[in-house]
Design a binder for this molecule. Sequence first.
Ligand SMILES: NC(=O)c1ccc[n+]([C@@H]2O[C@H](COP(=O)([O-])OP(=O)(O)OC[C@H]3O[C@@H](n4cnc5c(N)ncnc54)[C@H](OP(=O)(O)O)[C@@H]3O)[C@@H](O)[C@H]2O)c1
Length: 295
Amino acid sequence: MTARIIDGKAVAARVHDEVAGGIDEFQKINGYAPRLTVILVGDDPASHSYVKGKERACEKVGISSETILKDASISQAELLEIIERLNNDPKVHGILVQLPLPKHIDEDTIILSIDPMKDVDGLHPENAGLLVLGQTRFAPATPLGVQRLLIEEGVDTNGAKVVIVGRSKLVGMPLTALLLQKGIGANATVTVCHTGTKDIGIETRQADVLIAAAGYPGAIGADMVKPGAVVVDVGVSRVEDSTRNRGYRLTGDVQFAEVVDVASAITPVPGGVGPMTISMLLVNVLRAAKFSIQD
Ligand SMILES: NC(=O)c1ccc[n+]([C@@H]2O[C@H](COP(=O)([O-])OP(=O)(O)OC[C@H]3O[C@@H](n4cnc5c(N)ncnc54)[C@H](OP(=O)(O)O)[C@@H]3O)[C@@H](O)[C@H]2O)c1
């Protein structure tokens, strides 16, 4: 069997068009565009590249975006002050603090300081709690992107056995909460694996839908995949590659070349989940702007 390659870019483009329509309508009614402010601390190249991608996507769909760049030496108190200012600025609808932050800053404190109604990353404990209760306000963009990709690709999760490798608060945990809920693109039986799982292969081989989010290149080999399973690779790691001008290439958690012969459908890296993450952030910004006029 050779798996169908799921085209995340194509699905993301459809979501972009949808969001662009929503933004246009919002602007016509309210006379201004939804606004996202991103805070980027330090000079981590991957973070800068993610933020650039977000800026470009915002521009394309008509979201007004601003990036506040700060040196890695910024104090936690200064960062909290900036967030407080943005929380109180009615022109800012979404706030996103690009992670990771320098070690001297406590990420949990920073996330907790963001107004939950502007928390377009869906990481504030209030939003994480609402998600678990099935009363989603904002869910993190990557899990939303995975779910949307499955829906758009016609993958029936209803009653399906889904195995997620990874339990992070950014991906694995919220994705578990989304896929467990009753409703479209959910209602699955979900198993979550992590470094404490005794034999990951035993779990993954039972999956109708296998979602890899370990951040460990090559973690999922063909012998860990049930024939005909749908495989979604969330992982993105930089591995050295001297044949590339930039000296590295991006790779996922799944051993693509061999798993493609076992799965029925598979997402590539890049071009799978990545584009969906950005799309769903745009969805969240529009959602935040709509919340702001409901108050
Ligand atoms: N495409 C996108 O848009 C996008 C967005 C976000 C993240 N990502 C990528 O997704 C990956 C995961 O991100 P994250 O933020 O969730 O990472 P993370 O916070 O490091 O969490 C990784 C999770 O995977 C588990 N894990 C790690 N190695 C494992 C192994 N060998 N076997 C079983 N479980 C293992 C860890 O278990 P423990 O809890 O036991 O440590 C942890 O729960 C990364 O490659 C990241 O770059 C991609």
